[in-house]
Design a protein around this ligand. Structure first.
Ligand SMILES: [Fe+2]
Length: 296
């Protein structure tokens, strides 16, 4: 086809996409052309803006390496990661879900621990926190024998992999649910932290007047054959940024009640304020595949 005007160009491109043999790839590319072309028309994208946009996308790749993924960071900052999660879970987006973003810091082989143990053996200072989490199936029945990974930031907002080697694997643990489908552990209250802002994502947030912070949260990954692997985060209801997460990760179902106490703590060595969290997760049936660890 010889194109005569801008409208014909879209029809031409759509015709080409429609010849894609694989049906799913055909569906995705056809829809992509429709929406991309409509976006260019709607915004009346200039040549300069198009060149800048291409350079920005290239930079997302250039800044991505084994320890950092700027592409995923951008997807999160535009709300796309959360949308994909919400559409693919909770009965395909029809009901509430405990699924959430994996984030950049899950590691394989967290230290195995017994229920009740502390995930802070290296003694990082912070407000003592006692966590109880329950895992049930869609009928509400407790799931026994699920493996649950926990990982979190410390009182300064840093994960162990961002600190000196002496903190290796601290504030991480792998627990197994008991007959009541429960795990319990002791830790310290995490602090919210900023996402990396050295690249295009940081420039975008700055240009939009957005802060780069995520509200304080705990990461969970629960795994048992027969259930879709649960990837989740539970967010601190008292965090001042609970409604303005830079990654759009906070959903109503994942706001946890991190209760502040000043009475006697469940452990004799705790003086002053302490925190407790009780939270229940619902797992859906499905494939118990582990994600690819973002870091080693
Ligand atoms: Fe995190």
């Amino acid at each position: 086809m010889i194109v005569e005007n801008q409208l014909q160009l879209t029809d031409f491109a759509l015709d080409v996409m429609k010849r894609t043999p694989d049906p799913r790839l055909r569906e995705i590319t056809t829809s992509l052309i429709k929406h991309l072309h409509a976006f260019v028309r709607e915004t009346r994208l200039t040549e300069r803006e198009f060149q800048d946009g291409c350079a920005l996308i290239a930079e997302l790749g250039q800044r991505t390496n084994d320890l950092h993924n700027e592409v995923v960071l951008m997807a999160g900052s535009l709300g796309v990661s959360s949308l994909v999660c919400l559409l693919n879970n909770g009965d395909n987006g029809n009901t509430e879900t405990n699924q959430n973003l994996l984030g950049p810091f899950w590691r394989l082989n967290s230290p195995r621990m017994k229920n009740g143990e502390s995930i802070n053996p290296k003694g990082t200072p912070g407000t003592a926190m006692f966590v109880k989490a329950r895992f049930v199936d869609t009928a509400g029945k407790p799931i026994e024998g699920a493996e649950v990974d926990i990982w979190q930031a410390d009182d300064d907002g840093f994960y162990e992999n961002q600190l000196d080697r002496e903190y290796d694997m601290n504030l991480r643990g792998k627990f197994t649910t008991d007959a009541n489908g429960e795990i319990s552990f002791r830790s310290i209250m995490p602090l919210g932290y900023p996402i990396p802002t050295e690249g295009p994502v940081g420039r975008l947030l700055k240009a939009q007047g957005r802060h780069p912070y995520r509200p304080a949260h705990l990461h969970f990954l629960a795994h048992k054959p027969g259930f879709k692997t649960l990837i989740s985060q539970v967010y601190d209801n008292a965090d001042p940024r609970i409604e303005t997460d830079a990654q759009f990760g906070v959903t109503r179902a994942l706001v946890g009640e991190f209760k502040r106490h000043s009475d006697k703590a469940p452990a004799a060595d705790v003086t002053g304020e302490w925190v407790s969290l009780d939270y229940a997760f619902r797992l859906e049936p499905g494939e118990s595949r582990l994600p690819r660890p973002p870091i080693k």
